[in-house]
Design a binder for this molecule. Structure first.
Ligand SMILES: [Zn+2]
Length: 87
């Protein structure tokens, strides 16, 4: 599994409806692309994290660990393509 995808490696595909940049996280065996969104703070992918004080889980930025939109914890859905046109 190449889940160590870092940021700018993936091809840029557009933006999601929250304004995150969306890149190709990886290509599935059937040739379809799994898209991931990038955090606005660091342009990094999201990661499931645990707040040690409260014990609650959250989705954080892989680079700085700040909490980000839960949508970054899963597959991204394009709202705009790479040319900025609605998908
Ligand atoms: Zn960050």
């Amino acid at each position: 599994m190449s889940e160590t995808v870092t940021d700018t490696q993936g091809q840029f595909r557009g933006w999601d409806d929250e304004g995150h940049r969306v890149i190709v996280g990886w290509v599935n065996r059937d040739g379809t692309e799994y898209l991931v969104g990038l955090s606005k703070c660091c342009q990094a992918t999201g990661k499931g994290l645990m707040d040690e004080e409260s014990g609650f889980g959250y989705v954080g930025c892989r680079a700085c660990y700040h909490e980000v939109s839960p949508s970054l914890g899963g597959e991204a859905r394009l709202a705009l393509d790479a040319q900025g046109k609605p998908v």
